[in-house]
Structures are given as structure tokens and as C-alpha cells.
Design a binder for this molecule. Sequence first.
Ligand code: ADP
Ligand code: TMP
Ligand code: MG
Ligand code: ZN
Length: 184
Amino acid sequence: KSGRLVLIVGPMYSGKTSELLSYVEIYHLGKKNYKAFKPSIDNRYDETFIVSHNNTRVKAYPIKEPKEIFKILEGNEKAVFIDEIQFISEELKDIILNLIDKGIDVFCSGLDLSFKNNIFPTTSILMGYADEVIKKKAVCHECGEYTGTISYKTIENGGEIDIGGFDKYIAVCRDCYKKLNEKQ
Ligand code: ADP
Ligand code: TMP
Ligand code: MG
Ligand code: ZN
């Protein structure tokens, strides 16, 4: 039986990592083997843990390239979890399709859009292949409504790949995003 691909996307602080970790717990409670991965570029809290903004965490293998996943898997896993997929190369798609083919469930989370309102290609591609896409929202930092769909960068530094948290980014709704960009 094929595995399934579940994708969790949205802006920063929308609960993507928390939701990914809640799926980890389901496999953990079921005493099923699984492994979790994250790009090694994301050293925000710890190299070897997936950590949410409310500080829940799970052990994860840091990877530089998608094919490292094959080397690390032992063959008895029922599920694979990957956080911050926007930082992993597009080849991740081939690895994931192979895992699903072997009957392994794959749960991924990541940003759909950069603070510049550009798509992250790996996330977009995987959204196409996913059996289920869960689009999360954040509370807009400006108006307080639960309509935050995009991240806004609060510091003067255009880098589209730039690890950080509240020191650099907020989550906002479309209208507040427009207003903030017009102010500049
Ligand atoms: P993500 O991986 O999408 O950045 P996390 O799962 O790490 O999200 O963190 C989600 C948590 O962040 C929420 O449960 C909440 O406690 C906190 N949080 C901080 N700012 C916001 C916000 N603007 N909207 C929603 N949650 C927020
Ligand atoms: P988060 O979605 O779990 O909050 O983490 C997103 C990470 O991506 C965080 O380290 C900041 C980084 N980031 C970028 O590199 N570019 C961007 O455009 C945005 C919005 C976030
Ligand atoms: Mg996260
Ligand atoms: Zn708003």
C-alpha cells in the first residue's frame, strides 16, 4: 500500500512546526518507527532538533541534500517528517515520491511564500503532489485578526534566505502587508 504525502504550509508563526510535531506524536504513541529531518541551514535553536516557536521539540537529522535521507533510513520506518522544506532543493520531490511508493507516509512543513511574496519552489512542487495540503494562518501582527497569510521582514536586509524569528519577521494579513510595504 502506498504511503501518503501531507503538506503543512503557511507564513511564519502559523503553527506549521507544531502541527508537524503533533503528527510525530501520533506515530510515537503508536510505537511506529519514524525519522525526522530538517535542512542543516536552520540552526535557529539547535542543529539536531525540530523546535517550534512555543518550544516543543523532536530529535531530527540535519541534512544538506535530499538524498541523505535514503542513507539515514533503516528500512523499518512507517513515516518520515521534514520541517523547513523551503530550504531543501527541488530534488526532494523525487526522494519523497520514492518513499511514498515504498509505503512510507511523509509529512512536510514549510513556508509557501517568502517575505517578498515569491513562492518557494520546493514547497510549490510538493503541494502539487500532496494527498493533503494543510494551509495554516497566523494572527496578523498589525490588525490582530486571524488572517495572517504572509511573513513581513522588519529589518533592512533584503536577503530572501535569512534564518531568524521575531528579531526579523512578523506575520501579517494581505491588507497590512500592503500598507507596510507602501510606508517604505
Ligand atoms: P511555524 O513553524 O509556522 O513558524 P510554530 O509551530 O513554530 O509555527 O509556532 C506556532 C506558535 O507560535 C503558536 O502556537 C503561538 O504560540 C506562537 N505565535 C507567536 N506569534 C504568533 C502569531 N502572530 N500568530 C499565531 N501564533 C503565534
Ligand atoms: P518558521 O516558518 O518555522 O517560522 O521558520 C521560517 C524560517 O525561514 C526562519 O528561519 C526565517 C526564514 N525565512 C527566510 O529565510 N526567508 C523568508 O522570506 C521568510 C519569511 C523566512
Ligand atoms: Mg517552523
Ligand atoms: Zn492585518
